[in-house]
Write a protein that binds this ligand. Structure first.
Ligand SMILES: Cc1ncc(COP(=O)(O)O)c(C=O)c1O
Length: 476
């Protein structure tokens, strides 16, 4: 256990010691991190750092003390609303990220339904299986039942029959993604929102990852499926600034069709002897940093800057997707709508591919089999990856070739047997059976993740989630 030092150290020593912690961190400046990183380039990054730190001390909770933050937030929110073809009725706020935007959208729907659909005692949410887990988290937090519906397996878009059949008298909110993180495909938002509208159900569009990017792409004259406020049944949209808005974390926008709906987002309380709490989102005290950095980044890039980024990213994505077509033993799942895609294979262990690509400096995101999708690797390009597109294809080709022509280090059958044997055992037994085969020696995750990911992929969802909860609860 740590404890406070009896006496403090100098600023230099504190900073030096702090940087010592980063030894094992991924170097995000290599251009080879292809998930969860959105690097706008050096100057924009420096600007964001300066803007962020200059508003670090301001507390966005105290709007009376720091009216600047409210004004800046309004400008950022309205620029995103404009991209999403909102009219003057649309109102929204900034949040700390996609998850908070989705949480507050669901909380708003729940409170809207309490007033407008008092007959519903057990509210339900209907989302395609490819909807982000933030929806499941929101349902868990706010007491909704979730129904996950099918996606069709050619393009991994919501299956409309499955969706329609899942809507019931109890549904208060449905949602689709633009695009989903898992496969990069936009759901049939126009159709889904219309079905929801006919039945008086709120419809949220998760544009967390694609809302800004796809809007810029559309404004460049490229064909993009409709997903924004131009679709009549859409009642709220989330769009993250800290993804393809290229601003630092934590910044996202939640937009509601009108103030009548946003009314249900607020939590206001003067029922204590403390200051009056007035929150349109989930956080309360928060730094003004992300708001200021988002505003400065938008100013710096302008529409032209965003278009250049999107143009370069589309070009690099096409180059990579074309390159992958020529690599035997690997395929892209579905038909992605932006600079994200998913790699799968019928021949090699996809998690071994991940390990080997990591040895070459590439960072991709493993995803487990679910809803008919095989296990795969998610690849999300950002502007920093663009110069490395050809290198990515070359390295991928080499790694796939090597994996196809040598014996796999993973014995799938043996792992499947181990998993099968523990399915109905207590969680501690599951843990003890798995630890020896996944290369876990201490509290750190193993260097080679393929055995662990292969085992996790084989486990049923409930058991997997329980195991991960126990593991992280023990080790963190
Ligand atoms: C489509 C989508 N929705 C929601 C989220 C959650 O966003 P955050 O990690 O900012 O909470 C993500 C994150 O990748 C996402 O891709």
């Amino acid at each position: 256990m740590g404890a406070l030092l009896p006496k403090g150290v100098s600023k230099e020593i504190a900073l030096e010691q702090l940087s010592g912690f980063t030894e094992k961190d991924v170097n995000w400046r290599t251009g080879k991190v292809m998930t969860g990183l959105y690097d706008p380039g050096e100057t924009a990054h420096e600007l964001a750092v300066e803007a962020y730190t200059s508003f670090l001390a301001q507390n966005a909770l105290w709007i009376t003390m720091y009216p600047s933050i409210g004004k800046i937030e309004k400008e950022v929110v309205s620029s995103v609303a404009d991209l999403l073809r909102a009219d003057d009725e649309v109102a929204g706020n900034m949040t700390s990220g996609g998850t908070e935007s989705i949480l507050i959208a669901v909380k708003t729907a729940r409170d809207w339904a309490r007033v407008n659909r008092p007959d519903i005692k057990e509210p339900e949410m209907v989302v395609p299986v490819t909807a982000h887990p933030a929806f499941l988290k929101a349902a868990h937090y706010f007491g909704l039942n979730v129904i996950q519906t099918d996606v069709e397996l050619n393009e991994y878009r919501a299956d409309l029959d499955s969706y329609r059949n899942a809507l019931s008298q109890n549904t208060i909110i449905a949602a689709g993604s633009a695009p989903n993180y898992s496969h990069g495909s936009i759901d049939p938002i126009r159709e889904m929102a219309e079905i929801a509208r006919e039945r008086g159900i709120l419809f949220h569009v998760d544009g967390c990852i694609g809302g800004i990017y796809l809007s810029i792409l559309r404004r460049m004259g490229e064909p993009v499926r409709d997903f924004d406020f131009s679709v009549p049944g859409v009642t709220s949209i989330s769009a993250d600034l800290h993804k393809y808005g290229y601003t630092p974390k934590n910044a996202s926008v939640i937009l509601y069709r009108n103030r009548e709906l946003r009314k249900y987002a607020w939590f206001v309380s003067s029922a204590t002897p403390i200051y009056v709490l007035i929150n349109p989102t989930i956080q309360s005290s928060k730094t003004g940093g992300p708001v200021a950095a988002a505003w400065a980044t938008q100013r710096f890039l302008g529409e032209e800057g965003f278009q250049n980024i999107v143009r370069d990213s589309q070009k690099a994505t096409k180059l990579i997707l074309n390159g992958i077509k020529d690599i035997e033993g690997i395929k892209v799942l579905g038909n992605p709508d932006m600079c994200m895609f998913t790699l799968a294979s019928d021949e090699i262990n996809i998690f071994e591919l991940d390990d080997h690509m990591r040895e070459k400096g590439w960072h991709l995101a493993p995803q487990f089999a679910c809803g008919g999708s095989p296990p795969n690797l998610h690849v999300g390009l950002s502007h920093a990856n663009v110069p490395y597109a050809e290198m990515f294809v070359k390295d991928l080709e080499e790694v796939v070739h090597n994996l196809r022509h040598k014996q796999s280090a993973i014995n799938d059958k043996e792992l499947a047997k181990i998993v099968n044997d523990v399915l109905n055992k207590p969680i501690e037994d599951v843990m003890m059976a798995i630890i020896p085969v996944i290369g876990l020696t201490g509290m750190d995750l193993p260097e080679k993740m393929a055995p662990l990911n292969t085992v996790l992929n084989l486990l049923p969802v409930k058991l997997r989630d329980e195991l991960l909860t126990v593991f992280f609860n023990m080790t963190s």
